[in-house]
Design a protein around this ligand. Sequence first.
Ligand code: F6P
Length: 326
Amino acid sequence: MEKIKCIGVLTSGGDAPGMNAAIRAVTRTAIYNGLSVKGIMRGYRGLINNEIVEFHSDSVSNIIQKGGTILRTARCPEFTASEGRKTAYDNMRRAGIDAVVAIGGDGTITGARIFAEEYNIPIVALPGTIDNDLSGTDSTIGFDTALNTIMECVDKIRDTATSHERLFFVEVMGHTAGYLALNGALATGAEAAIIPEMETEDDQLKTLIDNGFRKSKNSAIVLVAENPKTGGAMGLAERVKREYPQYDARVTILGHLQRGGSPSAFDRILASRLGSAAITALQEGQRNVMTGIRNGEIVYVPFSQAISHTKKLSQDMTDLVRILSI
Ligand code: F6P
């Protein structure tokens, strides 16, 4: 096995608070272990466009507390084509990079998996996404901060919802997963969470109304996971207007503010541990794995498992939202 001397680090896909802490941990752990580091700008696009910069210990100074990513990020359709990956590989080798740490979500790991297999490159991924939809890890970097942002926003919406005695649908991100909506609902005492995972089971809006969720309450907040199939919060509010006109419904879409802000202590620590573990993994000869956290311990999750969408939302938690909102 070729000895690794130089690591390239990149962030790709949607940004997430804590990515900077991860870049810092990767960079400093690598340097501490005698490796050199190069920052690849704008994710896979930067590999294709040859935007590669030398990284030193002070390249990552004063960033642990910052949201976003100093490496910038992008979604790169060119990388899904073999010509794009060939250019990326050539640039990578020319820059002397012999292993890559890729920080991102589902799309990033899918790209890493194909690239690693095609060119036999050592790649380790870090789960960087607010969606928490990667399997094999209890949490992804950015999820906790986004959840706290949602909590602050919903607490504010609660004030006006109560004053006006209104039904609010608050739409949160999550790609196709309901982790932010369900956890957000528990954290804010919302009356319900409407999530894609339950979509096939029943008509969640009808169940909510039929259960008489407003009987003892003058207002209600429902956290809705974004969902193009149902139209998300807007789609639900339109249905209420048509089918249950007795309710005065309003919609708030939290949008990209969920992706910004200074990372929470939890995300900074998680990113630091996972970033450092990525270098250990590469030095131990691990390939095609994502570093993750299970029950407080670092684990290495094969790419195929990480993107398998087999992580289950806890039924206990969905039940708890219902029980606690009576
Ligand atoms: O994957 C992170 C995420 O924020 C999703 O929750 C959301 O669906 C998507 O990215 C939004 O992407 P964009 O920033 O390209 O609009």
